[in-house]
Design a protein around this ligand. Structure first.
Ligand code: ARG
Length: 606
């Protein structure tokens, strides 16, 4: 936070090192938690160790020398503005700030940088986040929603942390499931079309469920039933063959029905404020996948057993020289000449690297596909892609409702749109009691913001690998770890500021010197505000939206405590009131910034 002071110390340190012939090591500043005053600290152990390694040492043990260096640096640092005292302890240099000056600096920085407060410097790297990639000819269920919100928040975090970010989707638009729907449609539903956009995916899923029942072998089938089932099975196979051969009738049917799903998907993404930059389709990487197979055979990475009537395979462990089984052996081309999911992922990754110039590639995919993606990344390493080291699988667990698990095959899915509608309905019910002065349109808009916020936060506040049993009442609560609790902090901050304007009070920064005895609530709030940039950095570096979700809760919590305990508009002295108003404005800003990263709206009223 105190960049200039840290800079000044660094400059002094550099000069000191040069004069003494000591290898310079840039200080790694760590904040010292508040205990009467704020400060930052850095250690001299690494410098002492480097000095010894370079043969320039004094022969003293590293800890002793580190302390000596810290002490000599301390003696050089005098008269730094805003600094209370400097101490050297056990090889560390601790710099303590004047509390009022520090508080003021934090608030000033937030207000000056506004929506950019917390933004990282450009990283000079391009990252692609792939998410929102449900299979087509299927409905959009709550699990897809978890995927989409995780991916979107990760993309926002990376972008804000300074990466050039590309959002990509990769729907599975072909495979036996899709063909099954086409067969069913063509045989029993030809010419029909669901009218409503949101009914489409669900309708296609219904066809799939019916088809599955028809194609399933039952106990005690009569000979006629068996014959009929086998007939259906043959028709479905024929449908697949015609698709493969590029039969215009089947291709047209496929594209038309696929468009129904995509329309629905695009509509949901719009509601979620998700803008995908690049669409890849599984069907489009089939040809490139075949080319990859030949490339891998030629380069000796894959073993071609086609001449013996077999498949093309990659013995990953063997090629990587691993003694223990880890990635196993993978077929990349079946003996009938068809590619696999893995083969397509190799082709897709190559396109991401080569056509889109991606340095880092993130996959937000069901945790059950973990082995598959580790195999993909391992083969990409064998292919010599340096980016393979920067491929990352962000896995996520299952979502269910208290009433039970989902099963697409049985048609038992929890549709995202149904859950959202229900959430909005419940918010509206309490809202009309709470704020009768809002008009209908505004009430509806705010209810949607709260409903969406509640859903998003309930997905983001859980470790991504863990399963979620979604509890609607808990998610909508205004207390505890919820979206509405954080949104409510923003609303309260807004209303204080609005009220102060009505009363003609100023949050003039010239007055807000924080030169009075700060309460512990103010200190805690200021501390949380100053932590935001680190939280952004950490969440992005670790690819963990949860870090930002937890931060937003801590900040909201600090604000609510402050709100309950500390008078702002009612503060007796004018300088105190001005300082607190500025603090409220800063808190509102950082709450908004954090919520934006979490893809949650920050309402002014609720
Ligand atoms: N469409 C796939 C599914 O629903 C997810 C795609 C994951 N991405 C990938 N590059 N394999 O299971």
């Amino acid at each position: 936070m105190f960049q200039e002071i840290q800079q000044a110390v660094e400059t002094t340190l550099r000069a000191f090192c040069q004069a003494e012939g000591i290898p310079f090591v840039a200080p790694q500043w760590k904040p010292i938690p508040f205990a009467g005053e704020w400060g930052v600290s850095t250690s001299f152990f690494q410098m002492a160790a480097e000095e010894a390694r370079a043969g320039r040492g004094t022969g003293k043990p590293v800890p002793v020398r580190a302390q000596e260096l810290a002490e000599r640096m301390r003696n050089q640092l005098r008269g730094l503005e805003g600094v209370n005292r400097v101490e050297s302890v056990k090889g560390y240099l601790n710099i303590y700030f004047e509390t009022g000056a520090y508080a003021r600096r934090v608030v000033e920085t937030v207000l000056a940088q506004g929506a950019d407060f917390g933004r990282g410097a450009p990283k000079g790297e391009r990252v692609m986040v792939e998410y929102a990639q449900p299979n087509t000819h299927h409905s959009f269920h709550i699990g897809h929603y978890r995927n989409t919100i995780l991916g979107e928040v990760l993309a926002r975090l990376l972008e804000f942390a300074g990466y050039e970010t590309i959002r990509a989707s990769y729907p599975g638009d072909i495979g036996l499931g899709v063909i099954t729907v086409l067969w069913m449609y063509d045989k029993f539903y030809k010419g029909q079309e669901p009218q409503e956009v949101h009914a489409r995916g669900q309708w296609l899923l219904k066809l799939y469920v019916e088809a599955t029942a028809l194609l399933e072998k039952k106990e005690n089938e009569t000979p006629e039933e068996t014959a009929r089932r086998e007939q259906y099975e043959a028709e479905r196979r024929e449908m697949y063959r015609r698709w493969d051969a590029g039969d215009p009738y089947v291709r047209d049917l496929w594209l038309r029905t696929r468009e129904w799903s995509l329309e629905e998907l695009r509509d949901i993404l719009r509601r979620m404020d998700v803008k995908i930059d690049v669409w890849f389709f599984e069907s489009e990487v089939d040809e490139p996948a075949k080319a990859i197979v030949e490339e891998l055979v030629q380069r000796g990475i894959a073993d071609d057993e086609r001449p013996q009537g077999g498949a093309v395979i990659v013995r990953i462990d063997e090629k990587l020289g691993l003694k223990q089984e880890k990635y196993r052996t993978n077929v990349i081309l079946r003996s009938d000449g068809t590619t696999l999911y893995l083969t397509k992922d190799l082709a897709l990754a190559k396109i991401k690297f080569e056509k889109y110039g991606v340095d880092r590639s993130i996959y937000v995919v069901d945790v059950r596909q973990s082995l598959h993606l580790q195999q993909t990344f391992a083969i990409l390493r064998l292919m010599g892609f340096p980016q393979a080291e920067k491929c990352y699988h962000l896995g996520y667990g299952f979502v269910s409702l208290p009433e039970g698990a989902m099963s697409a095959r049985r048609g038992r899915v929890v549709l995202f749109m149904d859950v959202l509608e229900e959430a909005v309905r419940r918010v509206l019910a309490v809202e009309s009691e709470k704020s009768p002065e809002m008009n209908e349109a505004e009430r509806r808009r705010v209810a949607e913001q709260i409903g969406l916020g509640a859903l998003a936060y309930s997905m983001l506040a859980v470790d991504n690998n863990r399963d979620i049993v979604f509890d609607m009442d808990a998610a909508l609560s205004f207390e505890g770890h919820t979206g509405p609790y954080i949104q409510n902090a923003h609303v309260r901050a807004s209303s204080i500021l609005k009220k102060s304007k009505v009363e003609g009070q100023k949050s003039d920064l010239g007055l807000s010197t924080f030169d009075y005895e700060l309460t512990r609530h103010e200190i805690e709030l200021i501390e949380q505000l100053s932590r935001f940039p680190q939280a952004v950095e950490q969440a992005a570096n670790e690819y963990r939206p949860l870090v930002m979700a937890a931060y937003a809760y801590d900040l909201a919590n600090a604000f609510h405590s402050f709100y309950h305990a500390v008078p702002v508009i009612q503060a007796g002295q004018e300088n105190v009131r001005a300082a607190r108003l500025a603090l409220v404005a800063a808190a509102k800003q950082v709450l908004a910034n954090a919520l934006r990263l979490l893809s949650i709206e920050a309402p002014e009223v609720m």
